[in-house]
Design a protein. Structure first.
Length: 682
């Protein structure tokens, strides 16, 4: 447990296994297992051998707990009266005790309401459990010697866990200390109490039966039984009975009136009759019609459509703009369609996305296509003086249109791990657009497209295969427990040829669960091949190495005129191959803060300390662990480092806002700077 390492895994032949409990000698484990929709109790050795079944019925058996002497096992079950499986009538959960040698079961007497989570006292003479017989879940104690029940707690919020059957109570064997989960102030907290048996006062005498005043003016069961009829011997005297009230009077619910009885069928209904004739009064299933399920799509989400007129698009021109997104699915959620489109200025520069996903089988796939234009300003513009004294400005833009058709499939191996494979066809159209603008002493004209020079498109196929795993538990703004990784290989075939490999491994180790977490990530992405330098990678983004992106946009590192790219040391952030390491210590600042009596509050805010290191390089460049003497970034590269602090705000589950204050360590003279971004932390 201290090292959090898995020393042994027991693979058992069940659909699910819950609530394991070790025997006092630590040689056996009792647990509740589900098979075919039925839960029973089993025992297995800690070596995975000698599997033994304790219960074998269709009753529910949950939360077993071994007695300190190892001779008895307490558990929760619905096998007690008034369970009647022939009528699908189930009792509330009650505490039972089973002998693991003889499999004999004893129901603890004097129970009412729901009773769960049994836990033995260290001396084995009493059992604590959670019961809602008073209307609120509290801890009760059953004394095996005097066979009385005692209420130990009297809370308002209820002693419970997140779900009804989650463990919420435990009693330490080696120390007379009880711990339980209590719901208060909108959150779950863990409380402990030493020597809990000292809380015993007088025996609990409440029966949990409804007061008689609640059924006033309703005839008694005997008064509505037909004269001369013999009452069913299985009816329980003194317990609640179901009464049906109609305009003509009242009768037991298990009987039919003369008008309701069908010709040729029994008119009076009793439990004995129903047991003998289980098809009584049921519809004729041979008249039912079967229909094949037909997929029909209905919208799950529609983004607010937008329509407007823009005074300046990517080129500074004017035109209409707008867009929307629609997501549709069928009733079972096995089929999904996503459609999205937007235009900004010109129809030919529209962004379009369409995809269909099928999740009806273990092999799940998505097929789709999209178009996305990208515009980049270029150096090389010119100024021409005209005869009338005005100036004509020429501005150049590179226009790339990314067109992609894809097929992506995944095959889950278990709940956390899967294989992925896919195929993409990429076509990247390229063109240079020249805009001209005439400027006079009193202003300039609107820019106009003067010339378009098209270049051959890049066309290539990109198959991929990946092995992915993710068992993380997410907190308010980032994962707080677990690990995730992705290993992927993707070659490119066509006009462009290279092979890209990706390895991304992340861990989240809690120092104090859900309070202090150490998060680490190691990532490398390497492109190798003839055209590996066509699409370079950039590590200055906030999710990789913080503190350097600000200098890239300010021109701080450029020692020459604009356009002299080789003179800007920000080229150190770009390469066809990258490696990044990140470490963060995350902790909460505000989890919940209500504003007065208003039904609103501040969103969760978390803080962190971070350390980043990353290097980007390309073919022909050498990589060192530290900056070499006579360093030339065009030939050599070394890891760029930074450290700092950050804030994360969960904006009502709409977005996660991130502020980072980073100090670059390998940029002499550069002051720390703030970076703002959106999205979850790694």
């Amino acid at each position: 447990v201290p090292s959090r390492e898995v020393t042994k895994r027991l693979d058992l032949p069940f659909d699910a296994v819950t609530a394991p409990s070790f025997s006092p000698d630590d040689q056996r484990i009792v647990f509740s297992a589900t098979q075919g929709g039925v839960t029973d109790l089993y025992i297995v050795g800690t070596d995975g051998k000698n599997l033994k079944r304790l219960t074998n019925d269709i009753y529910g058996d949950l939360q077993p707990n071994w007695s300190p002497d190892g001779t008895r096992i307490a558990f929760a079950s619905d096998r007690a009266p008034p369970t009647d499986l022939s009528r699908l009538h189930f009792a509330k959960w009650q505490i039972a005790i089973i002998d693991p040698e003889t499999n004999a079961v004893e129901i603890v007497p004097g129970q009412a309401g729901h009773n769960l989570n049994p836990s033995w006292a260290p001396d084995g003479k009493s059992i604590a459990y959670i019961s809602d017989r008073t209307g609120v879940q509290n801890v009760f104690l059953y004394d095996l010697a005097d066979r009385n029940q005692y209420q130990l707690t009297n809370v308002l919020g209820g002693i419970s866990a997140i779900t009804e059957y989650s463990p919420a109570l435990t009693w330490a064997r080696g120390a007379d200390r009880m711990a339980f989960t209590y719901f208060e102030k909108g959150d779950y907290t863990v409380w402990t109490v030493d020597n809990p048996r000292a809380l015993k006062t007088v025996a609990f005498t409440g029966t949990g039966a409804a007061p008689t005043g609640l059924v006033m003016n309703v005839p008694s069961l005997q008064s509505v039984i037909a004269p001369g009829a013999v009452a069913d011997a299985t009816q329980r005297v003194g317990t609640e009975n179901s009464i049906y009230r109609s305009p003509t009077g009242a009768r037991p619910s298990n009987e039919l009136s003369d008008g309701e009885a069908k010709a040729g069928e029994i008119e009076a209904t009793t439990v004995a009759v129903l047991n003998a004739n289980p098809d009584f009064a049921l519809p004729d299933t041979t008249r039912f019609r079967d229909y094949d399920y037909k997929v029909g799509f209905k919208p799950d989400y529609i983004a607010q459509p937008e329509v407007g007129y823009a005074t300046g698009n990517q080129y500074g021109l004017s035109g209409f703009n707008g867009g929307t997104t629609i997501v549709l699915s069928d009733l079972l959620g096995n089929n999904t369609i996503a459609l999205s489109a937007s235009v900004y200025g010109q129809l030919r520069d529209a962004s379009v996305f369409a995809a269909y996903g099928n999740y009806s089988r273990r092999w799940q796939y998505t097929v789709g296509a999209y178009q996305q234009p990208v515009f980049l300003p270029q150096s090389g513009g010119s100024i021409e003086r005209l005869a009338d004294g005005s100036e004509r400005l020429s501005i150049l833009y590179s226009r790339y249109v990314l067109r992609n058709a894809f097929l992506q499939a995944q095959y889950p191996l278990n709940r956390f791990t899967r294989f992925e494979t896919g195929l993409q066809f990429n076509s990247i159209g390229r063109s240079i657009i020249a805009l001209s603008q005439d400027c006079y002493f009193n202003g300039c004209t609107a820019p106009e497209i003067n010339d378009v020079a098209n270049a051959p498109a890049y066309n290539y196929l990109a198959p991929s295969i990946a092995y992915v795993s993710d068992n993380t538990l997410f907190g308010y703004t980032a994962p707080v427990l677990g690990r995730r990784y992705r290993f992927q290989l993707s070659p490119s075939i066509g006009n462009l040829k290279w092979v890209e490999g990706l390895a991304d491994y992340r861990r989240y180790d809690p120092i104090i669960f859900n309070t202090i977490t150490i998060a680490t990530r190691a990532l490398t992405s390497v492109s190798v091949g003839r055209d590996e330098d066509t699409f370079l990678k950039y590590i200055g983004r906030p999710e990789y190495v913080r503190g350097y992106d600000n200098a890239n946009f300010s021109g701080y590192e450029c020692t020459s005129y604009i356009g002299g790219g080789a003179s800007c040391e920000t080229e150190q952030l770009v390469g066809s191959r990258v490696a990044v390491f990140n470490a963060e210590v995350r902790f909460p600042l505000i989890r919940r803060f209500d504003i007065g009596t208003l039904p609103v509050g501040l969103p969760p805010i978390e803080a962190l300390f971070f350390y980043d290191a990353g290097v980007a390089w390309s073919r022909g460049q050498t990589v060192s662990l530290s900056q070499p003497e006579d360093y030339d970034f065009t030939l050599q590269r070394f890891p760029l480092r930074s450290y700092g602090v950050g804030l994360r705000v969960n904006l009502f589950n709409i977005a996660i806002l991130k502020w980072d204050y980073a100090k670059p360590l390998d940029q002499p003279g550069r002051k720390p700077n703030w970076t703002f971004s959106l999205g979850p932390s790694f």
